[in-house]
Ligand binder design. Structure first.
Ligand code: SAM
Length: 409
């Protein structure tokens, strides 16, 4: 297991690539993690080292190391809350890089208004990857458009993988060639999310005729090659009642099914908005299934999940706190959804350069975005109530009201 470790302010951040998990520790913790996970040193040897380096009494050392590693293993369990999006960090944890706006599909729920054939220049992408990797960013997610429309997608993924970043990708899964699968199987840090909005006709209803057959073949091929694959299910009013077959499909394949809530951006999207109560019921069901280890389920609604786990209030939003999006033109975006819904203009955003951390920390657009609050989703608030700081019908306050009403009836 590889762990990337960086100093961040007064603490150290240990990022476990395979699990995409971040744990904040002190210097001794960082050393123990590095020795144990990266260098394969055994607990006895580590105990000797901490006695020498940290003046730990020899009689306590073995016990301290054992207890510490136990607590780390517990934190890494899939059912534990993933703090990766919540950390108060001095530089982004992960970056999303939009490499193209082109797409071969026209999904009914799609957030894009423009599918023009823009492709990020390969050297520019390499330079962004090198800059963020050497700055200590842990993750890169390749986004689009459809990433496999980019003629150099494979080289791009390879470069990101070789730079030691955890590499993620969301794809519609229809354009991935056999030889690309073969090459991707050699990338140890890569995880591929394929959009699955239903099984068979349900998926095709959203994405076009014949799409499900294609992605099913590709998902199975990728899994057979040893690539880490997950499903991404975007919840709309059309498919909210049709998620069970998708979970069964993911169970059969042994993969995680991530749930992502649809946001309306176009007039025609209004009918696809799921009823919040129905969505909250879905969250409760999925949370229950996940707790019982019946399915591998990814829930992006951190505030709601944190509440169900009985944790202190968590942020719903990862953008701006631990994340950063770079669009196909090289702009640094806080939240792309706020651009799509018209709250920002593209020209508002600064361009990415080697000073990106300073920009991310101090540019008025980023500081203002954080000030508006990260507890709910600012884009949903803006879409549903024209106010970024309140009015998200799917936020924690609405969820708590829903739970209270539910208790009474
Ligand atoms: C924008 S797509 C781009 C990647 C790729 N072309 C695909 O379809 O997976 C990334 C993810 O966003 C989801 N998505 C698209 N429109 C959305 C919307 N209006 N609200 C929420 N998610 C959306 C898609 O279902 C997909 O899982």
């Amino acid at each position: 297991m590889i762990v990337n470790i960086r100093k961040d302010g007064d603490q150290y951040m240990a990022y476990f690539i395979e699990m995409r998990r971040l744990i904040g520790v002190n210097q001794m913790g960082a050393d123990i993690i590095n020795w144990y996970f990266n260098l394969g040193i055994d607990k006895d040897q580590i105990s000797h080292r901490i006695v020498k380096s940290y003046c730990i009494p020899p009689e306590n050392a073995v016990c301290d190391v054992t207890e510490f590693l136990k607590s780390i293993n517990l934190e890494l369990q899939p059912s534990r809350f993933n703090d990766t999006d919540q950390a108060d960090v001095h530089l982004p944890i992960g970056i999303e890089l939009e490499i193209t706006s082109a797409c071969n599909l026209r999904c009914i729920h799609c957030l894009q208004s423009n599918y023009s054939a823009l492709y990020i220049d390969l050297n520019k992408a390499y330079s962004i990857i090198d800059t963020i990797a050497s700055a200590g960013v842990f993750e890169i997610s390749i986004i689009g458009g459809e990433p496999f429309k980019h003629p150099s997608i494979f080289e791009l993924l390879k470069h990101a993988n070789d730079s030691g970043l955890a590499v993620g990708l969301t794809t519609n899964g229809t354009l991935i060639k056999k030889r690309q699968i073969h090459g991707m199987a050699k990338m140890k840090n890569l995880s591929v999310a394929v959009s699955v909005d239903g099984i068979g006709e349900d998926h095709d209803h959203t994405r076009g005729n014949g799409v499900f057959i294609k992605i099913d073949r590709t998902i199975r091929r990728m899994l057979d090659s040893g690539i880490e694959v997950e499903a991404m299910f975007t919840v709309t009013s059309y498919n909210i009642d049709r998620y069970k077959p998708v979970l069964e499909y993911c169970n059969e394949l042994g993969i995680t099914c991530n749930f992502n809530l649809f946001k309306p951006f176009k007039i025609g999207h209004v009918a696809l908005v799921p009823n919040p109560q129905q969505f909250f019921e879905l969250i409760l069901t999925l949370f229950e299934l996940r707790s019982q280890n019946k399915s591998q389920i990814g829930l992006s609604n951190s505030a709601l999940v944190g509440h169900l786990l009985g944790l202190p209030p968590k942020n719903e939003c990862r953008a701006g706190q631990a994340g950063l999006v770079i669009d196909v033109h090289g702009h640094m975006l806080t939240c792309p959804s706020l651009l799509y819904c018209g709250y920002y203009k593209e020209s508002d955003f600064p361009l990415f350069d080697e000073n990106f951390i300073e920009t991310w920390r101090t540019h008025p657009l980023f500081t203002g975005f954080k000030r508006n609050g990260l507890r709910g989703c600012q884009a949903r608030s803006y879409i549903f109530s024209q106010n970024v700081s309140g009015g998200d019908p799917y936020d924690l306050t609405s969820f708590i009201n829903f739970l209270e009403k539910r208790k009474r009836f």
